[in-house]
Design a protein around this ligand. Structure first.
Ligand code: WQD
Length: 345
């Protein structure tokens, strides 16, 4: 067991919980802080069933400065931070911009403040390909221009990257790795943890699996008149366990001072773009379960096509998204079936 503890904010959430599993399996002690606004304590049981280790858990809201101060005082061995905690629904952010700016930016500012007065070596920030907007060229490299955000959610990611850059350039005694995720999908192969959105899913895959389960009547495909081979939007769907593993590598890179640079940016994607219709076909092929769907109008704010050039993460981090999309679709379906077995939905 390593001695450097990793603080995972939002660690009972979808990507956070999968990252906690990988951190524990790499030997890191973990403390999770989460306000359970979009997750629940059962996730801790799932993590423990996978790793045999129940992570320390603090229920709290990181947008409250006093909460973060107490956390760092209670855990003086925090050597690294991975910040997942944020409000993250694109559509909701259009309706509640103040909530998104206050919550997402206060969380980050409170963490950076406390890190500056503790021996914390670095912060891994959960960023998003949203910062690129509609890219001029696909696949997208880290040098692609950052475009004006199309939502307050996406803007909080851009502003957060700028805040981290300014704080570190001002001499903060820690490093940062900014991980720009493409579209995280799937679930842990054990089916003990997975994506569990509150209410009607906004993202594609939970809607696919709930439709396949009969919870939703039909999947609406938002547009087939885009400038793509089959007319539906293209994304880079990355397996959530592959994504989680990249976080462990990023943490190790910071803690062992592998990089001269104080801030590094990586696109985390497969490098392969898949359309909505291709993803539905993958799910049906992989599981043998049909997904009733219909074409409807476009969804406001949707990007037409975006997929990653992951060469820097492949070459510098030595990380590559390995899981075939059909396996990822099977993992998402196995998780949905587990939720049904448990009577969750
Ligand atoms: C994917 C594709 C939809 C639902 C957003 C954020 C990103 C990250 C992931 C948080 C699009 C289509 C979807 C449906 C559909 N968020 N779709 N019917 O919008 O690419 O990315 O979520 O970390 O930062 O921007 O993901 O899953 O909502 O949509 O046709 O019922 O599926 O139009 O083309 P998106 P998504």
């Amino acid at each position: 067991m390593k001695t450097e503890r990793i603080l995972v904010t939002g660690g009972t959430g979808y990507i956070g919980s999968h990252t906690v599993v990988e951190l524990q399996q790499a030997g890191y002690p973990v403390v999770i802080i989460d306000n359970l606004s979009n997750s629940n304590r059962d996730v801790l049981d799932g993590i423990e069933r996978i790793t045999g280790i129940r992570p320390d858990f603090v229920e709290g809201d990181c947008s409250d400065r006093a909460v973060v101060k107490k956390l760092f005082n209670d855990y003086p061995d925090i050597a690294g931070v991975i910040n997942f905690a944020a409000s993250k629904a694109v559509g909701e952010s259009m309706e509640k911009p103040i909530l998104y700016y206050r919550n997402n930016l206060n969380i980050l500012l409170n963490l950076l403040d406390e890190m500056s007065t503790h021996a914390t070596k670095g912060i891994v920030f959960s960023s998003s390909c949203t910062v690129y907007g509609e890219p001029d060229v696909n696949p997208v490299t880290e040098e692609a221009p950052i475009k004006k955000a199309t939502s307050p959610y996406g803007n909080t990611k851009q502003i957060s990257e700028e805040i981290i850059t300014d704080v570190i350039n001002a001499g903060a005694p820690f490093k940062s790795v900014l991980l720009r995720y493409f579209n995280p999908v799937g679930a842990h192969p054990s089916a003990e943890i997975g994506e569990l959105p509150n209410g009607v899913p906004q993202n594609l895959i939970p809607f696919v699996t709930q439709t396949a389960m009969g919870i939703r009547k039909e999947l609406s495909v938002f547009g087939d008149d885009y400038n793509t081979p089959d007319g539906s939007c293209i994304r880079d769907y990355i397996n959530v366990v592959d994504l989680a593993k990249a976080h462990v590598i990023a943490v190790e890179r910071m803690l062992t001072d592998k990089s001269e640079a104080k801030i590094e940016v990586f696109n985390l994607g497969t490098g392969v773009g898949l359309s909505v219709l291709e993803l539905i076909a993958s799910f049906e092929r992989a599981t043998g379960v049909k997904v009733p769907h219909k074409i409807v109008g476009r969804r406001a704010g949707d990007i037409e096509k975006v997929w990653a050039n992951p060469a820097r993460a492949n070459n510098v981090l030595g990380w590559k998204a390995e899981t075939p999309i059909d396996d990822t679709m099977r993992s998402a379906w196995a998780w949905q079936c587990r939720l049904r077995e448990r009577g969750v939905m």
